[in-house]
Design a binder for this molecule. Structure first.
Ligand code: HEM
Length: 451
């Protein structure tokens, strides 16, 4: 294990002045956490009159996400960031609507479905490899963009049986604008009601106009095909309300499709991007990963059955999501009063669970800022408190795509990693920013070296 200094925002001691705090928060929430945050179990923050509780203690996290999950709905601040583009899909819905949607979608993420997606994942990655093979040795590439386009192609193929060639640039543009423009305003941070005017918000709702047109086309095509395929889109079209027998409203259908497009590609792309970065900084771990690929695959692409044997690769991905959790923050709002680890939670408080902090917390991890995949050796998992490691969240709202993401990430890592070594481009500045997802601010410029 080596201990190269890894990209992270500087930490300060004491309180950040309010104005600096607000402007930092609008740029990158992970840069607002001072040294104390990584030492305490529960922290109370106040932005004018709005109370925020940041819960780091795994037992407190368990209370919010699992034991008393019914008392905690997705917070208005979080919804305000997500809903302008994604609408009210599985990620943001609540109560009966959420239960119905989750039941409808679950079969698309079961073990059999994952197995059936593996060939499409392999094919899309092989196509990228063929493109890389045409580049001159040492060619510079933005790996973050490469991973985004690849995972987008995979989600389009597996979930909607379509090739992303025409959709890709449209989604890419929308995601780029979304990441650049959608910011929490002071009105959101103060948790003012939904009817309160929010300047700029109306513009956001148009970011997805072109994607909406593409989705309309996909839905019409699927409707004409009349249930021949069993992809997610077909399932959504077939779903009927248990009480009324009615199909999904067009708006709800659109929101589900955009949710899966968005939630289903960017997070996995960022997980892979950070993994390539970490491997480039840790040659010993990279060599061990290569040895495993050699032993299990000997140069060929993995089949679904091989993935269980890629144990070290899985540990590398897990450790990468510990240090750089793509979903860096989860935020909830308390419907009624509660108590978390001795702290009173008033009705309406915002409760934040921040994997970025929990995964680097001093009381939970030994040398928390060091990359060490060995922490995830199966025999050591028992040492860790439950809910100390939550890249996919936990409880009933746990990520529906966790298995999909791990399958996809292992396949991509194995295929590309066996052929290429990825090196950080000279002079590249790597800086994590956390707004909607955790991503490198300037992308990840790397050079490809053929093995
Ligand atoms: C490494 C990749 C991924 C990470 C780190 C990740 C992380 C998360 C987290 C933390 C949550 C819970 C949010 C909360 O409780 O507030 C979540 C929910 C969700 N994720 Fe993922 N995700 C990943 C990949 C995927 C993929 C591939 C898909 C779909 C194909 C997906 C679809 C969803 C959906 C629909 C939800 C909402 C589930 C619900 O509320 O019932 N995610 N994800």
């Amino acid at each position: 294990m080596s201990s190269a200094a890894l990209a992270a925002p500087p930490r300060f001691r004491g309180r950040m002045p309010l104005l600096r705090f607000l402007s930092t928060l609008r740029d990158s929430s992970v840069a607002t956490y001072g040294e104390e945050m990584f030492e305490e179990a529960v922290i109370e923050r106040r932005v004018l009159w709005q109370r925020y509780l940041i819960v780091n203690a795994p037992r407190g996290v368990q209370r919010v996400l699992l034991d008393n999950a019914g008392n905690y709905v997705k917070s208005r601040v979080a919804r305000r960031l997500v809903e302008p583009g994604i609408g009210r899909g599985l990620l943001t819905s609540e109560g009966d609507a959420w239960r119905r949607q989750r039941r409808t979608m679950a079969p698309s993420f079961d073990h059999r479905s994952l197995m059936s997606y593996a060939p499409a994942m392999t094919e899309a990655t092989a196509a990228l490899l063929a493109r890389w093979d045409l580049l001159p040795e040492g060619a510079p590439l933005d790996i973050s963009g490469e991973m985004m386009r690849l995972t987008l192609k995979i989600i389009a193929r597996t979930m909607f049986s379509t090739d992303a060639d025409d959709i890709g640039p449209i989604v890419e543009k929308a995601v780029g604008r979304y990441q650049r423009e959608v910011r929490p305003s002071l009105v959101d941070l103060l948790n003012l009601p939904d009817w309160w005017p929010r300047p700029g918000t109306r513009r956001w709702s148009h970011i997805f106009d072109r994607l909406d047109a593409v989705i309309d086309r996909l839905v019409r095509r699927e409707t004409v095909a009349g249930g021949e395929s069993k992809d997610l889109l077909a399932r959504l079209l077939e779903a009927r309300d248990a009480e009324t027998g009615r199909p999904m409203e067009p708006r709800e259908l659109r929101d589900q499709v955009v949710t899966i497009f968005m939630a289903g590609h960017e997070t996995t792309a960022q997980a892979l991007t950070w993994t390539w970065y970490l491997l480039s900084q840790h040659p010993a771990e990279e060599a061990r990963l290569q040895a495993e690929f050699e032993r299990v695959l000997a140069g060929r692409a993995p089949r679904f059955e091989d993935l269980a044997q890629l144990r070290y690769a899985r540990m590398v991905l897990e450790e990468s999501m510990r240090l750089y959790p793509p979903a860096h923050t989860m935020s909830r709002e308390a419907l009624a009063e509660d108590e978390i680890e001795g702290h009173r939670v008033a009705k309406g408080s915002v409760v934040s669970i921040v994997p970025w902090v929990i995964h680097r917390h001093r009381t939970l991890w030994d040398r928390p800022d060091v990359f060490d995949p060995e922490r995830f050796a199966p025999e050591r998992a028992a040492e860790r408190p439950r809910f100390a490691y939550i890249p996919f969240g936990g409880g009933p709202r746990i990520c529906i795509g966790a298995g999909f993401a791990m399958t996809e990430a292992l396949i991509i890592l194995a295929i590309l990693g066996q052929r290429y070594r990825l090196r950080l481009a000279p002079g590249a500045v790597v800086e994590p920013v956390g707004l909607i997802t955790l991503r490198p601010r300037h992308g990840l410029p790397m050079r490809l070296e053929r093995r």
